[in-house]
Design a protein around this ligand. Structure first.
Ligand SMILES: NC(=O)c1ccc[n+]([C@@H]2O[C@H](COP(=O)([O-])OP(=O)(O)OC[C@H]3O[C@@H](n4cnc5c(N)ncnc54)[C@H](OP(=O)(O)O)[C@@H]3O)[C@@H](O)[C@H]2O)c1
Length: 379
């Protein structure tokens, strides 16, 4: 399950910006910032070789995917419909640079925008102007919410058909259960599992995965699906330098032993590991409440990230994402702008050394504050 050997560092636009900064050359905003189409910056690669793609069930995906929770979410992420042009450029940039995994969910999008993330992804795939092969290789991993009214397998099949309608696709790459109900409605759990089986048998999804399952519940669903002839390809969980406790590590080893890919969500700790936030510079909205609790204890980790980043000529975000890759997970950082995508692409094509990983983990373990785990996470 280990990803393959490191490749020479790729020169990215972030490197070029840093070089300009160091040489005193004035940084000019890239063309997309003024609404003009992307030109020179659209190809950064090659960021990884074809053989470095990661096998997830029947798919071969880039060593990093992108998350799209923000695409349609006003409350937490400040989404506005006016951002769609930038999101489309972000998607195009990702595809041009070999990213082919995109995570979404049928619950993404607040209020009347529910489903917006799936709708945008479908539209962006259809309108992509590059080679057909690139478009065809896109793997959408969507998640189906375990709403209390979804009590039968048929309701999950209908949910899956609604996602397909929103994206205007014939098949979903990976259909994932968004969370388990084992903690609070154990009787509903079987309907979720049978729902996955039904979508797979009807050919609506090419592969199935789970999200927010802990190691024990993961082993149970794996056995059940296996008994029904359905392979479980992926397990998505909060996994980062802020979320690397015993449960996460146990989950990783269960995944490895069962041949399941670990997909790392919130690899940037919702933005805290990028280094751009501090107690005196908090994001807008509910994230501020969480960040105010956690950031005061994070200085040693953030300083270590910054030291390694400076020494390597990388950014803190790139180090945080690369750590996930080094642990054998597929990170899916959320991206809202072309600049963020461009920077995060610079996490590919190189590897942290084992000493750097050791230092990062020992400082992270000693952090007095940890990320709050998803309330739906099971044991
Ligand atoms: N299965 C689940 O229950 C679950 C839960 C959470 C997330 N997810 C998935 O995982 C994806 C990623 O997780 P996440 O979005 O929660 O958190 P994340 O990836 O840790 O953080 C993403 C946020 O950090 C900021 N950011 C990203 N790249 C940056 C860069 N290079 N420089 C500066 N800021 C940057 C952006 O927000 P700002 O610019 O606003 O700071 C971005 O939205 C989601 O989009 C979603 O697809 C799944």
């Amino acid at each position: 399950m280990a990803l393959v050997s490191p490749t020479p560092p790729a020169i990215t636009a972030v490197h070029l910006r840093r070089r300009r900064r160091l040489s005193g050359e004035k940084f000019r905003r890239p063309p997309y910032a003024s609404g003009e189409p992307l030109r020179a910056l659209t190809r950064l690669g090659p960021l990884f070789w074809p053989w470095e793609k990661v096998k997830v069930g029947p798919h071969y995906v880039s060593p990093m995917g992108f998350g799209t929770w923000a695409w349609g979410n006003k409350l937490l992420w400040g989404y506005q419909e006016g951002m769609d042009g930038v999101l489309q450029e972000t998607f195009n940039l990702a595809l041009r640079n070999g990213i082919n995994l995109f995570d979404t969910a049928d619950s993404y999008g607040t209020g009347r925008l529910n489903g917006q993330s799936e709708k945008l992804l479908g539209k962006f795939i259809r309108e992509y102007r590059g080679p057909n092969k690139t478009r065809e290789n896109v793997v959408i991993a969507t998640k189906f919410a375990a709403y209390p009214w979804r009590l039968t397998p048929g309701q999950f099949v209908r949910a899956c058909k609604s996602s397909l309608d929103r994206m205007q696709l014939d098949q979903i790459g990976i259909g994932q259960l968004h969370w388990s109900t084992a903690n609070y409605a154990p009787l509903q759990e079987k309907a979720l599992w049978d729902g996955l089986v039904a979508m797979y048998e009807k050919g609506l999804v090419q592969a199935v995965g789970v999200s927010n399952y802990g190691p024990k519940q993961l082993a149970k669903i794996y056995d059940y699906l296996k008994s029904r002839g359905v392979p479980l390809c992926s397990a998505q969980v909060q996994f980062s330098l802020l979320s690397m406790g015993a449960d996460q590590m146990e989950l990783k080893s269960v995944c490895d032993s069962l041949g399941i890919r670990l997909i790392a969500y919130s690899p940037l700790g919702l933005g805290m590991l990028t280094g751009k936030y501090s107690v005196s510079n908090l994001p807008r909205g509910p994230r501020a409440l969480l960040f105010r609790q956690i950031l005061p204890g994070l200085d040693p980790l953030l300083n270590t990230l910054q030291d390694i980043a400076q020494r390597r000529g990388k950014t803190m975000s790139q180090i945080a994402i690369n750590w996930c890759i080094c642990k054998g997970a597929i990170p899916i950082p959320g991206v809202k702008t072309v600049e963020q995508a461009e920077e995060n692409l610079g996490a590919l094509g190189w590897r942290l050394s084992s000493d750097e990983i050791l230092v990062l983990e020992s400082v992270a373990k000693a952090s007095p504050t940890k990320m709050i785990q998803n309330i739906f996470q099971t044991s």
